[in-house]
Design a protein around this ligand. Structure first.
Ligand code: NDP
Length: 821
């Protein structure tokens, strides 16, 4: 082809990157060992597996196949290293991480070539996106290592962390996991994906180069069934961080339930790409290329559902087809290639299966006229039109270069369609009207929203999902909390506090115990009535029937049964409704109907919390008596509990308009608004101890942040909560924000944990109950806060109050807003 022809056709010539440096490095090292204690060791099984080049289908390298014996060795190495690494000053950790970032840059081209060879992604992407972002993550988190002591003074590392990563961004996912874990002082055992181990092994070499202490990072290659599952079940691992499919995420949630392991899950998505009729369509087309053909569409946050306003749909679809015709597919090491190879034959088959399904379901498929290479695993960019929202291809994550398009008429319809998915990872909004875009963004149920841009990532801005896209964030300050735990939570010293839960009557033992008789009498405020003839008759107290409380109304239990409430000596002091499945269903419905609470002003929420505190203060004596009556604790102790409850309400009223987001400045022209949003409907099972303070400590942060609640009060002592609805009724709290269901706490918690319309569950009870809640939560991947049977001292503001509860009440949405013409 001569120059004139090139000008006429605008055809690119080949621009190959040399594979030789990568292939030579592989040849020098293959077969690769396991990386344990900074040494390369042979796998216990003596087995090796091939890593294949997806662009050719030919083997690239042999890597060790670890088994559970190797997992034991790596965890032991990490545990031993934690003894010192966990106490190493932040500045020292920062120096190692800074060195890691530097060394990644020094080896950047080799890493980019290896990634393209092993994964099949275009070198343009590995060179310009993956590897620079990997370095950025280490630089950014070196900063947090340095600042941990001053910025997170009340936190300590979690311990030994097991990390399991997928094949779509092998080195980037490694960086997202390793950098915050190291910064916070944890030690690590990491399992790369079976198909893409090579850059993790090159990274192990970098770890040797920078002299990170042995055992701090261990890397085990091998099969999920041998390594992944053994990590998940290992008793000496304190946290699992996983990125991958929702099904495996769900199985990990179940496998770790009740183990006390911290868990973060970054799972699948079916992200909407919304185009309004005033959008700049040429930019939109380029956005679509980045949304769904970047990395062959094997991206958890790929904009795989195109939602386009009806009046411009035909015009846009035509433009997309023209662009698709010009996309270049082929050798990933060719710098002029847009689309590389699919990672494996299995993944290729799955994409083809789903595409066939789309055709069978009546959608119209379109592919460019050119053919894919015949060697290796390639799939052409594919566009579906005439798609109905309930079909398989509109709902299931295809994880390939397949775009599914639908139309909408109004912004409301766009939001409804966008949220019509079980996932909630990301979304893009395209409009030249910033008012419209910023109005729509908060309504989208997604962890990241990109305005007039897509698939942007940065270490400063947390990434992670809502709903079945998982929980936990990677990146940003919020991502650090995945790798720390509160300092007070030293399990080995908890035994000292256990008396708080086991024996609430003697809690804080200050002051003499008053006689329950005296107090109960006092509480009942017995009166007598004298007649003019001198006869004095006892006046029985008027029967009070605590009810349940849904939608702002007092409601009798569906079952028609009541349960008796006893004081410590065993006398009946009242009866509450015996809640059942139907009551929970009604309470959840009421909570959903009150969702407007989340969009009200924070000032209003603060005002209402102050008002609740004011009304509680007016009835301080009555609430004190109730605590004495139910728990037999001293009057003085009970006064302390009520006063602490009032103070707690004040704290969360204060926080309501102060727990705000931040504006990130990633390296681009623009800003990222990181906004904490309410989670939605939270189910709360209150602790047995502190019937009033336990209840207030949980409901106050949740409502301060805009959630609506279904609350199960203390089972033994529910009357403080049922008395409390009278305060809620008179404090301007909208009906349905707090709903109260009394009864068997564990049975009701189970129903709440299984309920698909509940977004999070907090359970403060037994170890067994915590396990059951975690297990049941896997259905719709709810967020959980449980205590594994360990009590908190609710009177202590460090344990019972503060940012931990505000974070549990919110999820961060990052809204990316580029600017400039
Ligand atoms: P998986 O979820 O199976 O794999 C992700 C990682 O988890 C890999 O390291 C894998 O190991 C490991 N793993 C698999 N099963 C277990 C287990 N039971 N216990 C512990 N670890 C386990 O994803 P696939 O690679 O099978 O891809 C399937 C689908 O998942 C894709 O089509 C896509 O829809 C989705 N996916 C989503 C990703 C995301 O970023 N959200 C990333 C990758 C896939 P091994 O590699 O050895 O199997």
């Amino acid at each position: 082809m001569n120059v004139t022809e090139i000008f006429e056709t605008m055809e690119y010539g080949p621009a190959p990157e040399a594979a030789t440096p990568g292939l030579s490095w592989i040849k020098e090292h293959s077969p690769f060992g396991l990386f344990i204690n900074n040494q390369w060791v042979k796998p216990a099984s003596g087995q090796y597996i091939d890593s294949i080049n997806p662009a050719t289908g030919k083997p690239l390298a042999k890597v060790a196949a670890a088994n559970s014996a190797d997992v034991d060795s790596a965890v032991a190495a990490a545990r031993a290293a934690f003894e010192t690494w966990g106490k190493t000053p932040g500045h020292v950790r920062a120096r190692y991480m800074y060195a890691a970032a530097r060394h990644i840059q020094k080896h950047s081209r080799l890493l980019a070539v290896l990634e393209s060879l092993d994964n099949g992604k275009p070198i343009r992407e590995t060179r310009d996106i993956d590897i620079p972002l990997v370095a950025r993550h280490f630089y950014y988190h070196a900063g947090w290592a340095q600042l941990m002591e001053s910025e997170l003074p009340n936190y300590q590392p979690v311990g030994v962390v097991g990390q399991i990563i997928p094949w779509n961004f092998p080195l980037l996912m490694l960086a997202w996991k390793i950098a915050p874990a190291l910064a916070m002082g944890n030690t690590i055992v990491l399992k790369p994906a079976r198909y893409t181990p090579l850059t993790a092994l090159k990274f192990a070499e970098i770890i040797q180069e920078i002299g990170l202490p042995p055992g701090v990072l261990n890397i085990l290659t091998g099969e999920a069934s041998q390594v992944g599952e053994a990590l998940v079940r290992h008793p000496d691992i304190n946290k699992i961080a996983f990125t991958g499919s929702t099904d495996v995420g769900r199985s990990i949630r179940r496998a770790t339930a009740g183990s006390g392991k911290k868990l973060s899950l970054e799972l699948g998505g079916k992200s909407p790409f919304i185009v309004f009729d005033d959008a700049d369509l040429d930019s939109v087309v380029e956005g679509i290329v980045d949304a769904i053909w970047f990395n062959q569409g094997q991206v958890c946050c790929a904009g795989s559902r195109l939602l386009v306003q009806e009046n411009i749909a035909n015009r846009l679809i035509e433009k997309i087809r023209v662009r698709m015709e010009h996309l270049r597919i082929g050798d990933p090491l060719d710098k002029a290639v847009d689309i590389g190879a699919i990672v494996s034959p299995g993944q290729l088959k799955e994409i083809q299966r789903l595409v066939n399904k789309g055709v069978e379901e009546g959608a119209v498929m379109w592919q460019p006229s050119w053919a894919c290479p015949t060697e290796g695993y390639f799939f052409p960019p594919t566009l579906f039109t005439n798609v109905s929202p309930a079909t398989t291809i509109a709902q299931v994550e295809i994880f390939g270069p397949v775009l599914v398009s639908m139309t909408f008429r109004t912004p409301t319809e766009a939001v409804e369609l966008a949220n019509n998915t079980r996932y909630g990872l990301a979304a893009s909004v395209w409009s030249e009207n910033i008012n419209l875009a910023l109005d729509v963004a908060p309504k989208l149920k997604a962890g990241s929203v990109w305005i007039n841009c897509t698939n942007l990532f940065d270490a400063s801005s947390g990434f992670g999902g809502y709903r079945e896209s998982g929980f936990g964030r990677e990146g940003g300050k919020e991502g650090l909390y995945e790798y720390v735990r509160p300092k007070w939570e030293m399990l080995e010293t908890l035994s000292e506090d256990i008396h708080i839960a086991k024996d609430p009557m003697s809690a804080n033992g200050s002051g003499p115990m008053s006689s329950p008789d005296e107090e109960a009498e006092d509480a009942m405020q017995d009166q007598s009535l004298g007649s003019s003839n001198g006869y004095v008759a006892a006046l029985p107290a008027i029967d009070r029937t605590p009810k349940m409380f849904f939608g702002g109304k007092q409601v009798r239990p569906d079952s028609g049964y009541s349960r008796d409430v006893y004081d410590p000596p065993g006398r009946m002091i009242g009866q509450v409704g015996q809640g059942n499945r139907k009551d929970i269903r009604n309470a959840v419905e009421a909570a959903h109907a009150a969702s407007g609470w989340a969009v009200g002003t924070t000032h209003n929420r603060a005002q209402i919390l102050y008002y609740i505190a004011e009304n509680l203060s007016v009835r301080e004596n009555e609430f004190t008596h109730r605590i004495v009556q139910q728990t037999g604790r001293s009057h003085e102790d009970s006064v302390t509990e009520v006063e602490a409850s009032i103070s707690r309400l004040f704290s969360y009223a204060a926080w309501a308009d102060k727990f705000e987001g931040v504006v990130h400045r990633p390296p681009m022209r623009g800003a990222v608004l990181a906004m904490p949003e309410a989670i939605g409907v939270i189910g709360i099972a209150c602790p047995e101890e502190y019937p009033l303070l336990g209840f207030i400590s949980l409901i106050a942060p949740a409502i301060a942040m805009g959630n609506t609640l279904v609350v199960i009060p203390s089972q033994q002592s529910p009357l403080s909560a049922t008395d409390f609805y009278q305060i809620l009724e008179t404090s301007d709290l909208p009906g349905g924000v707090v709903n109260i269901v009394t009864g068997d706490r564990d049975m009701l918690s189970q129903i709440l944990a299984e309920h698909d319309d509940v977004d999070a569950i907090w359970y403060l009870g037994s170890a067994e109950g915590s396990k059951n809640v975690e297990l049941a939560s896997a259905g719709n991947m709810k967020r959980t806060l449980v205590n594994y049977g360990y009590p908190r001292n609710w009177l202590d503001t460090v344990q019972g109050e503060g940012e931990e509860f505000l974070r549990e009440s919110t999820q961060v949405k990052n809204i990316w807003i580029p600017y400039g013409e």
